[in-house]
Write a protein that binds this ligand. Structure first.
Ligand code: HEC
Length: 120
């Protein structure tokens, strides 16, 4: 079994690669957020987040224009998680905490920050 150490090395190498790629997949990113936004948020907020999605006109309150949002990231995260009603805003903004993972919500916040000028 001269090749045993070689296989052991290969196994350790593969395990490290898998661990590293799993770790990379767990980081929130604006890219991931953009995908979730497209799937879940554009009907109301529009593809560029301007609050002009196809469902916007059917709502009693205009969906926020996210390109103009000056809300801090913590607030965005809370509002997306809890929904408008729980935050004293319109119930037309649904809660997403039971639908999306914290990773997806953090990624949405990163994505929203690519749509608006940086906070000071
Ligand atoms: C059914 C329509 C609808 C959908 C779908 C929707 N929203 Fe909203 N959203 C609203 C409305 C309406 C408001 C404005 C609430 C108010 O002003 O009281 C709002 C407000 C917000 C705000 C507040 C911005 C600020 O500066 O205060 C954020 C952030 C937000 N939405 C993010 C999202 C994200 C992210 C998604 C997708 C996961 C999403 N929304 C999906 C309707 C929607």
């Amino acid at each position: 079994m001269k090749s045993a150490p070689l296989f052991a090395c290969l196994a350790i190498y593969l395990a490290t690669c898998l661990a590293l790629s799993a770790q990379a997949a767990e980081q929130p990113s604006a890219k991931l957020g953009a995908g979730v936004f497209k799937a879940r948020c554009t009907t109301c907020h529009g593809s560029a987040g301007k609050g002009d999605g196809p469902a916007a006109r059917t709502l009693p309150v205009n969906p926020a224009n996210l390109t103009k949002s000056r809300a801090p990231n913590d607030y965005l995260k809370l509002l997306i998680t809890e929904g408008g009603d729980a935050m004293g805003r319109s119930a037309s903004m649904p809660p997403w905490g039971e639908v999306l993972t914290p990773l997806e919500i953090d990624s949405l916040v990163l994505h929203i920050n690519t749509l608006r000028p940086p906070l000071k």
